[in-house]
Write a protein that binds this ligand. Structure first.
Ligand code: HGY
Ligand code: MN
Ligand code: MN
Ligand code: MN
Length: 372
């Protein structure tokens, strides 16, 4: 059941069935959608994303069981590639739904670490018929709203004892791939003046990322090097190649782009000073932030009032499929607290009470939005 009601296939698995879709009295109106992702990064937790998928299916069932009659249909979307792990691009499904022509083109040449092409992977999951990935692009009439329930992935709600976060904006993410090449050689025999160590060039650039981020003048600027590979990867061989992947974000897009420029300048300076070649400095994505829509925020606020739950407006420093769904529908997110703010690590946890609170707010928010 992997097709839009309008019959289009997509990579954001579309669960269209009795319990994932509640038809409205005016089914031709743009529907209200909700959902999140089921994929995760390696060695991480069990709540990032999944809460917003299972927590989206339950409201549809509750509203159906209660005999609720929406005007707009309610639809659940389950994204299967929000993390950049497999194909190196974050929010793959929602980027496509939001109409990324460059991604639809790039996916024709994209393979994963096992050399499996995106098309083959999509076909084997029953999603794609052909390489025309643009056939899932949403038009502006598909959805009136998209609401995502998600763990906060930060400590604020837990620290302040607040039950519900209402997300007003999602920070602007960017990722960069860098490759250096040197001449490598014997770790004992080559004297230091003759070396052009690609590994140390990568290490110096990683520290430069931290330096430029900290110099931005704002706590909202963040950056790290999450992937760093050395070739040949032998202790007694000077690295002849290094590959690093940089993740930097900020709620202020201009400030973030400024940091990217400085990182690029550092990469060029390091390659010159160390006599290594800068083979690639590739900005994989450099996305703008997304602002939540007042109408959805208001629906969430009234839901928390009815449920007598404490709430706090906040920004999301993590990105989500909502970042791209916001380009095609009025968007906002519901955050619930998570243990010590942990995420993207096995200790990630959200309590049944907090999950239930989030789902209750989602039920009332969806009902509210489906009646206007
Ligand atoms: O990295 C992120 O912000 C998201 O959790 N994938
Ligand atoms: Mn994640
Ligand atoms: Mn997530
Ligand atoms: Mn590369």
């Amino acid at each position: 059941m992997l097709a839009f009601p309008s019959g289009r296939m997509l990579w954001a698995t579309y669960l269209v069935g009795a319990e994932f879709f509640l038809k409205g009295s005016e089914p031709d109106l743009p529907a209200v959608s909700t959902g999140s992702h089921i994929d995760a990064i390696p060695y991480s937790g069990k709540y990032d994303g999944v809460i917003g998928v299972l927590g989206a299916i339950e409201p549809i069932n509750v509203l159906m069981r209660s005999g609720f009659k929406p005007i707009r249909s309610l639809e659940v979307i389950m994204f299967t590639s929000e993390e950049p792990t497999r194909y190196g691009i974050s929010c793959l499904g929602s980027r496509l739904l939001a109409g990324s022509v460059s991604l639809a083109g790039a996916l024709k040449q994209t393979v994963d670490n096992h050399n499996i092409s995106f098309l083959d992977a999509a076909k084997s999951a029953g999603y794609a018929k052909n390489e025309d990935f643009s056939n899932v692009f949403l038009d502006d009439q598909n959805y009136s709203a998209f609401v995502e329930l998600h763990i906060e992935q930060g400590p604020i709600l837990e620290n302040e004892g607040v039950s519900i976060g209402i997300v007003t904006a999602i920070a602007a993410p960017a990722s960069i791939k860098v490759d250096f090449a040197g001449s490598g050689g014997h770790a004992g025999a080559v004297l230091m003046p003759q070396r052009n160590d690609a590994g140390l060039a990568a290490a110096e650039l990683a520290l430069a990322v931290e330096k430029h981020v900290l110099e931005s003048g704002s706590m909202d600027t963040v950056g790290t090097v999450g992937i760093l590979e050395l070739h040949p990867g032998a202790i007694n061989s000077i690295p002849s190649k290094s590959h690093l992947e940089i993740d930097t974000r900020d709620i202020d897009e201009k400030r973030r782009n400024n940091v990217i420029e400085k990182i690029h300048e550092s990469a060029v300076a390091i390659s010159k000073r160390r006599g290594v070649e800068l083979l690639e400095f590739k900005i994989v994505n450099q996305d703008p932030p997304a602002l939540s829509d007042e109408s959805v925020i208001k629906a969430m606020e009234s839901a928390t009032q009815v449920l007598n739950l404490s709430r706090k407006k906040m920004i999301s420093r993590a990105y989500h499929d909502s970042l791209f769904m916001a380009r095609k529908a009025a968007m906002a997110m519901i955050f619930i607290p998570c243990y010590k703010g942990y995420s993207h690590k096995p200790e990630e946890y959200a309590s049944p009470e907090d999950i239930a609170n989030g789902v209750k707010v989602l039920v009332l928010t969806l009902a509210n939005l489906s009646l206007i």
